[in-house]
Each structure stands twice: as structure tokens, then as C-alpha cells.
Design a protein around this ligand. Structure first.
Ligand code: TXA
Ligand code: MG
Length: 345
């Protein structure tokens, strides 16, 4: 299959391009498109066959359910059985945006989307291209991140093509995604609501609207049936290159690896008040075989560039990636979660 690429204006998407992509979705095809978090791989959520193709294209285990993207709260309500007060308040405050709500499913949702489970995960994306595509297609769009299963999520069309070229019909190239990390997944069928995957929206922000939520990271009680969250597969969001987290800044480990003759990529934190270039600049390295990337000290800015930096290092032929461990705290939770998974064997 030939994968077409259509560039599209991320702020004011051209109507003819949205229509072309919507036609592919309605015909049962797969379209990768930008959201405010990462690129998604979309299919009509009402078309079981098309959703089945998402799993095949990604190599995704069929017990890992898909997020359905809708344009509005009423679109979400059609896919759920009931709409609790917590959903009402969270949607009012955070949609459109990077919050995915897990709720009991309605009969409209095919089994393949929910992995046969009783719940469905839904969100209203904030990106103009994502919203325009859903509206033009006139159907809800099931879309996991547009990467091969367990690998890094894409924040550029180029990253999508690296994993999925020849396996999907179309990529809408709307440039880099601003958020750079996935949505927060919250299970509203649990009491208190349970954080299934930390993401761009922090648990403090959620708790400020609905009160207590369960953020404990315990494994699911049931080990069969649909996975509770992507996190139940430990290795995930990972570059192909082995990655390790260094407890200190990482310099000692970098020296050790470089002295073994390995090519090392090192993500260190910027010094206080140091400006971080939008595009990492080549620099004089203190060691041969070392590529240093200076990362921002602010969590949102760090998240926005993390996957792009890891994609770049993955492609540059380094043998090892060493990452200075980010600080503790709610704002760093999602970043630490992704790095821990990337580092796990
Ligand atoms: O930011 C995002 O969420 C991106 C963009 C494209 O929207 N999507 C994304 O999808 O990250 P994905 O499939 O890579 O991760 C979503 C995770 C799934 O891995 C799945 O485990 C969890 O959400 N999920 C989906 N449906 C669920 C359900 N019914 N119950 C519990 N978890 C669910
Ligand atoms: Mg994913």
C-alpha cells in the first residue's frame, strides 16, 4: 500500500484536505493526524473492520482498547451508558483537551474498540485538524498513538512514517504537536476515580475539579481480559536504543560508557536560567562519541520535546541513551512514567 502525505495548516486546516481525509475514514481507511498531544492513527470508531486494521498496522495486542475521539460532549454521551456528574464537571473544565475519560460503553461501540470490555475511553481533542477531521467524517474516530506498538509516540509526521509507511492510507502533516506527551487517562467507573495513565493534564488539576482521585500505581487485580491501561505492559514508549535513567545528572555514567567505546546520547538538564534552543544545536562535546542534549527545566517544555529528542537520538546511531532523572512531583509524573517504561527491559 502507498501511504499518501498531505500537508495541512495546523491552525486553520484547509477544508478540501479535511474532506479528502474524511473520505478515507468513511471508506474504512486509516489516517494519521495531529492532536495537541501526539499524532493519532485514526479509523471510524463505528467500523469494526477499520478498527481491526489499526491493531494490525501497529502490531498492537488486541486486548489493548482504543481511545475514541469525538467533537463534543454530546458525541461522547452517545458512546457511553450514563454521564456522571464527575464527567460533566471534567468535560466542562478540560475538554477539548488532553484528558481521556473511561466510562461504561453504549451499544454503539464495537467490541474491537473496547477490547471486549464493558467500558470505553473517550476524549475531545483540542487540535483544529483533529476536530475538523472528526466533524468532516461525521463519525467518532478511534485513534491510538500512530506508532508501532511499544515504541515511541510520534510528534512529527516524519515519526509516523518511520513506523507506519506502507501500512496506512494517509498522513495529515500538520507539523509538530505542541504537547508532546499523551493524554491523561482517568477511569470514572472506579470510586474514587482512578488514574490509569498519567499524561499532559496533571492529577492535581483533575483533583482540583472533582476532589480525591486514586493515583496509586498498583497492578490490576484481574490479569486477564482487556488491559486496564497501556501501563500494564511495562516496556512502552521506548526508543529502539537502550535507555537508562541516571540518578545523579548522569555524567559519571556517560564517561563510563564512552570509555567503553560506546556512542552515547545524554539528556541533561539546562543550568538554571540557561536558555534552551528550540532545535538542539551541535556543540563541542567534552568526550568523543558523546551527543549532549540540553533539556528544559520546566515540565511542559520538557514534555514537548522529549519524544522528538529520543526519535532523533534513535536515528543518529548512538548505542546508549542516558537520561538525567527528572525531579519528583505531580508535574513530572507523566514524564517519569514514560522514561521508566522506556528504560525497562
Ligand atoms: O494523547 C493521547 O491519548 C493519544 C492521542 C492520539 O489522542 N492517544 C493515545 O492512545 O495515546 P494509545 O492507544 O496509545 O493509549 C491510550 C490508552 C490505551 O493504551 C489503553 O490501554 C487505554 O488508553 N484505554 C483505552 N480504552 C480503555 C478502556 N476502556 N479502559 C481502560 N483503558 C483504556
Ligand atoms: Mg500509544
Amino acid at each position: 500500500m502507498k501511504t499518501d502525505v498531505l500537508t495541512i495548516n495546523p491552525a486553520e486546516p484547509e477544508a478540501d484536505r479535511l474532506t479528502a481525509a474524511a473520505d478515507v475514514i468513511r471508506a474504512g481507511g486509516l489516517v494519521a493526524f495531529p492532536t495537541e498531544t501526539v499524532y493519532g492513527l485514526g479509523a471510524s470508531a463505528l467500523d469494526s473492520r477499520a478498527c481491526g486494521r489499526i491493531f494490525a498496522a501497529k502490531g498492537r495486542p488486541v486486548n489493548n482498547p482504543l481511545i475514541v475521539h469525538v467533537a463534543s460532549v454530546s458525541g461522547a454521551q452517545q458512546l457511553t451508558d450514563g454521564w456522571p456528574e464527575t464527567a460533566h464537571r471534567l468535560a466542562e473544565r478540560f475538554w477539548p483537551g488532553p484528558l481521556t475519560l473511561v466510562l461504561p460503553r453504549s451499544k454503539l461501540v464495537p467490541d474491537v474498540v473496547t477490547a471486549g470490555g464493558p467500558t470505553v475511553a473517550i476524549r475531545v481533542p483540542a487540535h483544529a485538524v483533529a476536530r475538523g477531521l472528526i466533524e468532516a467524517a461525521g463519525v467518532p474516530i478511534a485513534a491510538p498513538s500512530a506508532n508501532r506498538s511499544t515504541l515511541l509516540s510520534p510528534t512529527l509526521a516524519e515519526h509516523v512514517l518511520r513506523g507506519l509507511d506502507g501500512r496506512i492510507e494517509l498522513v495529515l502533516d500538520g507539523g509538530p504537536t505542541a504537547g508532546g506527551l499523551e493524554s491523561t487517562v482517568l477511569d470514572l467507573t472506579a470510586n474514587p476515580p482512578r488514574l490509569l495513565r498519567p499524561g499532559l493534564l496533571t492529577s492535581h488539576e483533575i483533583a482540583s475539579v472533582i476532589g480525591e482521585i486514586d493515583v496509586s500505581d498498583r497492578p490490576p487485580a484481574e490479569s486477564t481480559g482487556p488491559l486496564r491501561s497501556p501501563g500494564t505492559q511495562t516496556r512502552h514508549y521506548a526508543p529502539r536504543t537502550p535507555l537508562e535513567l541516571a540518578v545523579d545528572g548522569g555524567w559519571q555514567r556517560v564517561v563510563e560508557l564512552a570509555q567503553q567505546g560506546l556512542r552515547v546520547g545524554w539528556l541533561k538538564f539546562a543550568a538554571e536560567r540557561q536558555e534552551v534552543a528550540a532545535i538542539p544545536r551541535p556543540r563541542m562535546e567534552p568526550l568523543a562519541n558523546l551527543t549532549t542534549i540540553v533539556m528544559p527545566r520546566a515540565p511542559a517544555a520538557y514534555a514537548a520535546r522529549l519524544y522528538a529528542v529520543l526519535h532523533t537520538l534513535d536515528n543518529s546511531g548512538v548505542d546508549r541513551i542516558v537520561v538525567a532523572t527528572p525531579p519528583e512531583g505531580d508535574e513530572w509524573l507523566a514524564i517519569r512514567d514514560r522514561l521508566l517504561r522506556a528504560a525497562s527491559k
